[in-house]
Design a protein around this ligand. Structure first.
Ligand code: PRP
Ligand code: URA
Length: 214
């Protein structure tokens, strides 16, 4: 895990396995079936650290030997993938946290204005009762991520984290300005955005690569 002085809200998950898998995802020759599998694997690896501060409480159990004090999660966890590409991370995360609920927020970036346009939402009614992890492989301008976090805050959520693979400095900065309370977890901080607001070097259009709609 690495912090950079320029972005105190960002935690980069620097680990050889994560970097190796990110290299596979960046490779333009990686086909959708491999892209989907590796995206799920990397999301699972990153979940472990992203959820390090989950609230816990003690639970007394009886082992086959004697009574023992153990730990359990104290509040319902909700994973919120931003459609579409966030869906590619969800199964990998659920493998680690099978008790999590999954809420969905459908936001599509208008490719001319780069502004987020919402088209779908379905969250657990008690989403505000526990921590929420918003997931999307790409944090580019930050429009989609900040929109989703605003939405969750309006629903009363107080404990929100954001997990992505590739972050652009512009998106990390936008998150710091709009949501300084939200920690951003990324596998890599890339160089910049290009003239079409794509991340450079990035990995292209994540949704298209997950679902084969190139
Ligand atoms: C991509 C990506 C993010 C968003 C990032 O989705 O998955 O949601 O763009 O860009 P931003 O930080 O500038 O908002 P897109 O809107 O292309 O939709 P899709 O997943 O349906 O392809
Ligand atoms: N959305 C993507 O899928 N990729 C980018 O580089 C930017 C936005």
């Amino acid at each position: 895990m690495r912090r950079t002085p320029d972005h105190p809200n960002l935690l980069v998950h620097a680990h050889p396995l994560i970097e190796h898998k990110l290299g596979i995802l960046r490779d333009v020759a990686t086909p959708p079936p491999t892209f989907r599998r590796v995206l799920g694997e990397i999301a699972g690896l990153m979940t472990y650290e992203s959820l390090r501060d989950l609230p816990t409480r003690t639970r007394e159990v009886m082992t086959p030997i004697k009574a023992c004090s153990t730990v359990e999660l104290a509040a319902p966890v909700t994973i919120v993938p931003i459609l579409r590409a966030g869906l590619g991370m969800t199964d990998g995360i659920l493998r680690l946290v099978p008790e999590a609920r999954v809420g969905h927020i459908g936001v599509q970036r208008n490719e001319e204005t780069h502004q987020p346009v919402e088209y779908y939402e379905k969250l657990p009614s008690d989403v505000a009762d526990g921590p929420v992890l918003v997931v999307d492989p790409m944090l580019a301008t930050g429009g989609s991520a900040t929109y989703a976090v605003h939405y969750l805050k309006r629903r009363g959520c107080g404990s929100i984290g954001f997990l992505c693979l590739v972050a652009a400095p512009e998106g990390v900065q936008r998150m710091a300005e709009d949501h300084p309370d939200v920690e951003v977890h990324a596998a890599a901080l890339d160089e910049r955005l290009d003239e079409n607001a794509y991340i450079v070097p990035g990995l292209g259009d994540a949704g298209d690569r997950v679902f084969g709609t190139l």
